[in-house]
Design a protein. Structure first.
Length: 127
């Protein structure tokens, strides 16, 4: 399943970490980076498996569910599910989480909100 979200205020890899994914390197594919989140703590499978692509405007996450480890050495057959209710629920969870890191959210400054410059404070003092 392909998930498209607007560009975020954190890196895509940090975003997926916030979603509970860990970074993994595939030594069989020139150390290609992907991300996984296990459905069964303490076990590597079944797991959600995601790949990231980013351009200037958006982030594309290719998500699927690996039900088990590949059956034969050198193959990629792993009983992966690319759609279905479980994958759709995970996609919705990722989209919902992405809203917390949207570039459109305006961050409030720390403090009491009186953010005058030094010159504005001096000018106000002599009024």
């Amino acid at each position: 399943m392909q998930i498209i979200i607007p560009k975020l205020n954190i890196t895509p890899s940090n975003f997926l970490r916030q979603c509970g994914y860990v970074e993994i390197q595939n030594p069989h594919k020139n150390n290609e980076t992907s991300y996984a989140r296990s459905l069964d703590p303490g076990r590597f499978y079944p797991r959600f498996h995601a790949y990231i692509k980013q351009d200037a405007k958006q982030i594309t996450i290719n998500l699927h569910l690996d039900a088990k480890k590949q059956s034969y050495e050198g193959t990629t057959a792993h009983s992966g599910e690319y759609d279905g209710e479980i994958v759709e629920q995970e996609a919705e969870r990722i989209k919902k989480t992405s809203k917390k890191f949207s570039l459109s959210i305006k961050h409030q400054p720390l403090g009491y909100g009186n953010n005058k410059t030094l010159w504005e404070k001096i000018k106000d003092y002599f009024k």
